[in-house]
Design a protein around this ligand. Structure first.
Ligand SMILES: Cc1ncc(COP(=O)(O)O)c(C=O)c1O
Length: 364
């Protein structure tokens, strides 16, 4: 039996190595799981990726993979059929709660799903501590992240915090999860790391994860560790520290939220204003009482983006946050060093654009 398992493990690993395009993260995950003795999880992963499709999967961009993990129906459609079958939980969102104690109710779904699949078949749980493009600046409900951490520890599941959008100080702490008092096993961070001056992303992981690879991570992308990009990241982080910009973002959080609330006051369609730090959003709904979204075909969020652009404001439009198809949210993510006058200009231009579009489209 043990020999069988060993053979299977070797077979799994050599099949993966034979596929040169297979994504490094997949390889790590499988190596890690194998070393942990979680062979069923490895086989489960392999089963879902037919041999001939593995390279295709490896070629998908990280952004697409991220969209696939979230329930982004529009972005997923083109890749249907060649994707890993992953479990998804309800969005953890206090504006649309699933239970009275929403944080714990959402976390309970994770435990239930782990038990349904069998803990030895679950490799990792991936989530954004403050959801970006898939939800529109949705902070984890109280108690959610802590309980998720406990559940992951209890069942030997890796906790992966996707901080590509919300990390690097954007939400007022350098790690977004810091606010929840929780440490993940693996954390991705990108956009703010080099402030967008040069492209830079990183996967940061715990000693426990590192040990599983004998401290020899496999970083096989062409530009991994690109010197100029890393230098830009160091320069940006030095300035962020020197100018105390993360502290500034945290200190101004309430001010920015109030400015948005004041500017958007009186617009019936504004159902929720939420976010953390300089990562704030307004969700637009057809009915504030029922929280019913506008029909997706109107693409309200895209109209607002275009109008805002004409008015001199670049904002981030989110669609499909409610059920993968319907929903309209507009994200504001000002520079950490924006002045008060600039913040005022930003929220005023947002309010003006929302009013112009709603007035023009007359969605009722
Ligand atoms: C939350 C989140 N995770 C992951 C990604 C993918 O990141 P990258 O494009 O740096 O691979 C994105 C891209 O926008 C994202 O918003």
């Amino acid at each position: 039996m043990i020999q069988d398992l060993e053979n299977l493990r070797n077979e799994a690993l050599s099949a993966l190595q034979a596929s040169p395009d297979a994504n490094a993260l997949e390889q790590w995950r499988i190596t890690y799981l194998s070393r942990q003795g979680k062979l069923p999880a490895v086989l489960e992963l392999m089963k879902n990726v037919p041999k001939e499709e593995r390279p295709t999967l490896g070629k998908l961009s990280n952004e697409v993979k991220q969209a696939l993990l979230a329930a982004f129906e529009e972005r997923k459609a083109a890749f249907e059929g060649s994707l890993l079958d992953v479990s998804r939980l309800s969005p953890a969102n206090d504006y649309r709660p699933i239970g009275q104690n929403n944080g714990l109710a959402c976390a309970q779904e994770l435990e239930d799903e782990i038990l349904r699949l069998g803990p030895d078949k679950v490799a990792a749980f991936i989530f954004e501590p403050v959801v970006g493009a898939a939800g529109g600046c949705v902070p984890a409900p109280d108690g959610y992240a802590k309980r998720i951490r406990e559940i992951c520890d209890q069942y030997g599941v890796l906790m992966i915090s996707d901080e590509v959008m919300c990390g690097a100080g954007r939400t007022g702490t350098w790690r977004a999860l810091d606010k929840d008092g929780v440490e993940p096993d693996i954390m991705s961070v990108a956009k703010g790391l080099a402030a967008g001056y040069l492209p830079l992303g990183a996967a940061i992981y715990s000693d426990k994860v590192s040990e599983a690879f004998n401290h020899q991570p496999q970083t096989g992308h062409t530009f991994t560790g690109h010197t100029a990009c890393c230098a830009a990241g160091v320069a940006v982080q030095k300035i962020v520290t020197r100018e105390k910009l993360v502290e500034r973002v945290a200190a101004n959080e309430q001010k920015l939220k109030s400015m948005m609330a004041d500017a958007l006051f009186g617009i019936d369609a504004v159902g929720d204003i939420r976010g953390r730090g300089y990562f704030m959003a307004a969700e637009l709904v057809a009915n504030r009482q029922t929280k019913k979204p506008f029909a997706a075909e109107h693409k309200l969020f895209m109209h607002i983006r275009a109008q805002a652009f004409d008015n001199g404001l670049i904002c981030y439009p989110v669609g499909g946050n409610v059920d993968g198809v319907n929903g309209d949210v507009i994200i504001l993510a000002p520079p950490y060093n924006a002045t008060d006058a600039e913040l005022t200009e930003i929220v005023e231009k947002l309010a003006k654009s929302v009013k112009q579009v709603l007035g023009r489209l007359r969605l009722g």
